[in-house]
Design a protein around this ligand. Structure first.
Ligand SMILES: [Zn+2]
Length: 109
């Protein structure tokens, strides 16, 4: 699959990757990529990783879903382009385990 690292600046309002910089596979930080068909993924920079690509929509739904569980009131008022800001105030990072159902959230105190 042909992939391409995005050149958009971090934290850009138009950046669709609102988990940019927040996802980890082991100690490696996942990087946003597009596939040749313009599907969005977060990719592990370790090329020998068993799970190179994580479908962006899927992991974003899982992480945002957890935020909504914990912050139901705030979640109603946060539009998609504000999700990154909302997450950054409470979330340090998410480590992805053996599967996408195995997420280790690091919340700020
Ligand atoms: Zn990995």
């Amino acid at each position: 699959m042909g992939i391409m690292v995005t050149a958009q600046p971090r934290g850009s309002r138009s950046d669709p990757y609102f988990l940019r910089g927040l996802l980890y596979c082991g100690e490696r930080r996942l990087v946003p990529v597009y596939s040749a068909r313009s599907a969005r993924y977060y990719a592990c920079p370790n090329l020998r990783c068993r799970r190179l690509l994580v479908l962006a929509e899927e992991i974003e739904q899982l992480v945002w879903g957890r935020y909504v569980q914990l912050n139901a009131d705030a979640a109603d008022t946060v539009s998609r382009d504000r999700r990154r800001d909302a997450l950054l105030t409470v979330l340090q990072g998410v480590r992805i385990g053996a599967s996408l159902n195995d997420l280790d959230f690091s919340w700020r105190d």
